[in-house]
Design a protein around this ligand. Structure first.
Ligand SMILES: Nc1nc2c(ncn2[C@@H]2O[C@H](COP(=O)(O)OP(=O)(O)OP(=O)(O)O)[C@@H](O)[C@H]2O)c(=O)[nH]1
Ligand SMILES: [Mg+2]
Length: 380
């Protein structure tokens, strides 16, 4: 490897944000007049080597660690994953690519004992190690609110990722009402601590899973929740990695994920249709009005629609999907759509709506320190 290539590899791996990596390459490619050699292929080739957007998916606490393990089991081999826990047993049996045991002094590897203050102190104890490993442009956090580790440590992890200039996207579950009032109160406090450090914040109330089946055993509920979280994260990462191939670029994705306003917002929904007209329209609307999230879509100010299908995906079908969604959001919202090919989907068409603006009623309640909404268990 030449000295030049070595330097590029180091820049690509470095903790610099994608914008700083861009600037560094511009600085290294000066022409005789001392200005950046923007038009040369060498400059463009160097840029491509260092501009790959780095995503990292982080599971915190027992629930988060389980989600990541399932993600790896389901074959997301190319995704960088990191598990963080105070509980050595849980961490050992999880299968993230990287692991960090936090709070050796505070918890001795035995967990937080359901105490978010202990979870928080454990993360603070290892804050330097966390800062080292939280090295990505987009950091996804996943955890269950209501215990001690996820609830207490997630805001510290989010804070450190933001210090490294990452866009932070958090997915968390709100405990089942049946788990008791104390867990709900802890969840509320954890959510409030997160507000300042996360760009997109998507809490998913476990109770909403009961709308599908009220007799569902709790472990089945957790499994379904894990799958919802994994699909959401996978689809956003696909969108980031496929940028350039379709009509959406990373700047569009970043704008949708970035925080705007007092509270972090976020909407995501993924559905699949066999392509018959009525079903396409119904599934497009369902992606926007994700029944698990209870969001008011009148507040969408930016929206990305991604449509994936096989090579026969027609323009008219894409048009139906985009129209169905654009009719449901404010006229002045910025809307972008893109398509991707995935022959594995067969005759199915996958629709993802990703939006900025709608604030979860759970985030609102946490910010205002009022009670969480009561989930009504109407079936779909
Ligand atoms: N999706 C999912 N949620 C879970 C799972 N296990 C627990 N939960 C939910 O996550 C919440 C927090 O639980 P844990 O993740 O076990 O708690 P923790 O963050 O490890 O905290 P401590 O064990 O108290 O230190 C629970 O109240 C449940 O609502 C799981 O396997 N998957
Ligand atoms: Mg635990």
């Amino acid at each position: 490897m030449t000295e030049d290539e070595l330097n590029l590899t180091e820049i690509a791996k470095s903790r610099m944000s994608v914008r700083s990596r861009f600037q560094e390459i511009a600085r290294q490619n000066l022409n005789d007049k001392g200005s950046t050699n923007l038009d040369s292929d060498k400059y463009l080739a160097d840029l491509l080597k260092v501009l790959k957007i780095k995503s990292l998916v982080v599971g915190i606490g027992g629930a988060g660690n389980n989600t990541i393990s399932r993600m790896q089991d389901l074959g997301s081999k190319f995704i960088e994953t990191l598990n963080i826990n105070t509980d050595a047993h849980d961490l050992y049996y999880s299968n993230a690519k990287q692991k960090v045991l936090i709070g050796k002094e505070t918890c001795s590897g035995l967990g937080s004992g359901n105490d978010p203050d202990v979870g928080k102190n454990a993360a603070e104890e290892d804050v330097e190690r966390l800062a080292q490993v939280l090295n990505a442009d987009v950091v996804f956090l996943t955890f269950g609110l209501g215990g001690g580790t996820g609830t207490g440590a997630a805001p510290i992890v989010a804070r450190e990722a933001k210090k490294n200039d990452a866009t932070v996207v958090s997915f968390c579950s709100i405990p089942f009402t049946s788990e008791g009032k104390e867990r709900i109160l802890r969840a509320q406090r954890g959510l409030k601590d997160l507000l300042n450090y996360t760009d997109t914040l998507i809490p998913i109330p476990n109770d909403n899973l009961l709308r599908f089946n009220q007799k569902m055993p709790i472990l089945t509920g957790f499994k379904i929740m894990d799958e919802v979280l994994i699909r959401s994260i996978n689809e956003i990462i696909n969108l980031i990695n496929n940028c350039g191939l379709i009509n959406i670029d990373y700047a569009d994705v970043r704008k949708v994920l970035e925080k705007k306003g007092e509270y972090p917002s976020g909407l995501i929904g993924i559905t699949e249709s066999l392509g018959e007209e009525k079903d396409l329209i119904r599934k497009a609307r369902l992606a926007l009005h994700n029944p698990l999230l209870e969001l008011n879509t009148d507040n969408v100010d930016r929206c990305i629609i991604s449509v994936t299908g096989d090579h026969q995906l027609s323009l008219s079908k894409i048009d139906k999907i985009v129209s169905a969604i654009s009719n449901e959001i404010p006229e002045d919202a910025t809307l972008k759509f893109g398509t991707a090919l995935n022959p594995m989907l067969g005759s199915k068409i996958r629709i993802m709506a990703l939006g900025r603006g709608p604030i979860s009623p759970y985030v609102q309640a946490a910010g205002e320190e009022s009670q969480f909404p009561q989930s009504n268990l109407t079936s779909f």
